[in-house]
Ligand binder design. Structure first.
Ligand code: DP6
Length: 362
């Protein structure tokens, strides 16, 4: 059966990817590092069939326009997968996110990682983690880090064809079992400048960006060592300063880009207070105002209290470090009915944190 379903989760970078040297096949200016988390998953089912007249993509129960240039660019992996598998069948892709889409939570990372894994499996390919990472990278740079679990490094690579630009696990998910990520939703809704457009503009105009590139190789090494030693204080300092550094180059971009809002800044100050006597928390921000705070299990209650005390924090989500994508093998877990090729009625039950699939009508 040419159908596969995969659940993938986001990753939150501690050394950020911000800038490409190749915009088409998505090659980064420098390496980056992240932890894959175990919650906020995306489930994606891909089915290839001669029943389908054209490719179709449903995201959160809405049909996505595949003729849109940006979407088509992000889906380039689909044709590569078909070519490699030697098939010309059309695909139906159905995907659902268990979190707010495009609000600075890395929905594109989990989504495009799930797509790479599900589409290649559905096409009958049995690819290595490295090959999957390269495919996911073509959809979204950060997605290449979500095809594996634990502490992950995306090697920038040097080859023009991108064959050495992939992510791999440096330390598995159980290396630092006490580590947690506490994420605060500060604002829902779509961000103003996409990461794709924003980073291009930073590379083109920011004066500070050169200094950033010069310091990144040292940072990658120091971060690898701090995580290896499970040295939270060092890890936290490196993480916060790195987030600040990336956001400094954003502000230095012309026209300026500002993803942090006043609430984000309140979180930065509150973390500073929390850390006054002992380093307990490390904030990091992506291309949006939401705060991601790495901390240790024993400090989660204090971090949560701190966030809940800030007026405007809408939601707090605690995650552990995850193992990467999971292939769902049960027939009833597919978002497409394998017999008919129809999309199954489904929704995300936020309270129960479950994807509910309506029973097939007989
Ligand atoms: C700020 O991976 O979304 O989250 O490759 O253009 O799809 P594209 O960009 P994307 O950028 C993520 C940027 C970031 C930092 C990070 O995750 O490393």
């Amino acid at each position: 059966m040419r159908i596969a379903t995969v659940e993938a989760t986001p990753n939150i970078a501690v050394v950020k990817y911000w800038g490409k040297r190749d915009n088409k096949i998505i090659l980064p200016m420098e390496g980056s590092q992240s932890f894959t988390i175990d919650s906020l998953k995306t489930r994606t089912t891909v089915m290839f069939s001669d029943k389908f007249k054209e490719d179709e993509f449903w995201l959160n129960n809405k049909k996505v326009d595949l003729t849109d240039k940006e979407i088509a660019e992000r889906m380039q992996q689909l044709n590569i997968i078909r070519e490699r598998a030697g098939i010309t069948l059309k695909a139906k892709i159905v995907s659902i996110n268990c979190f707010p889409t495009a609000a600075g939570f890395a929905s594109s990372a989990s989504g495009l990682a799930a797509l790479a894994c599900a589409a290649s499996r559905a096409a009958g390919l049995n690819l290595s983690a490295k090959e999957l990472s390269i495919l996911a990278r073509l959809g979204s740079g950060s997605a290449c880090r979500s095809v594996v679990g634990g502490f992950v490094e995306w090697h920038k690579g040097t080859k023009e064809d991108g064959s050495d630009s992939f992510a791999e696990t440096i330390y598995p998910a159980n290396h630092w079992p006490e580590l947690r990520l506490v994420s605060a939703v500060l604002a829902e809704g779509k961000k103003k400048v996409s990461s794709r457009a924003g980073m291009k503009q930073t590379v083109a105009t920011s004066v500070l960006y050169t200094a950033r590139l010069a310091y990144l190789p040292t940072l990658l090494k120091e971060m690898r060592e701090a995580v290896g030693r499970k040295d939270f204080a060092k890890f936290a300092e490196l993480t916060m300063r790195e987030s600040n550094n990336m956001h400094a180059t954003m502000l230095d971009t012309w026209p300026p880009i500002m993803y942090l809002n006043d609430l984000s800044k309140q979180v930065i100050y509150a973390v500073g207070e929390l850390n006054a006597n002992e380093i307990k928390a490390a904030y990091t921000f992506d291309a949006g105002p939401n705060a991601h705070i790495y901390t240790l299990e024993k400090n989660v209650p204090e971090v949560k209290r701190m966030l809940e005390g800030i007026n405007g924090v809408q939601k707090v989500i605690v995650s552990k470090i995850g193992n990467g994508p999971v292939y769902l093998e049960q027939e009833r877990e597919h978002l497409i009915d394998p017999k008919t090729g129809n999309v199954r009625e489904h929704y995300y039950d936020e309270k129960a944190n479950l994807i509910v699939i309506k029973e097939d009508e007989k």
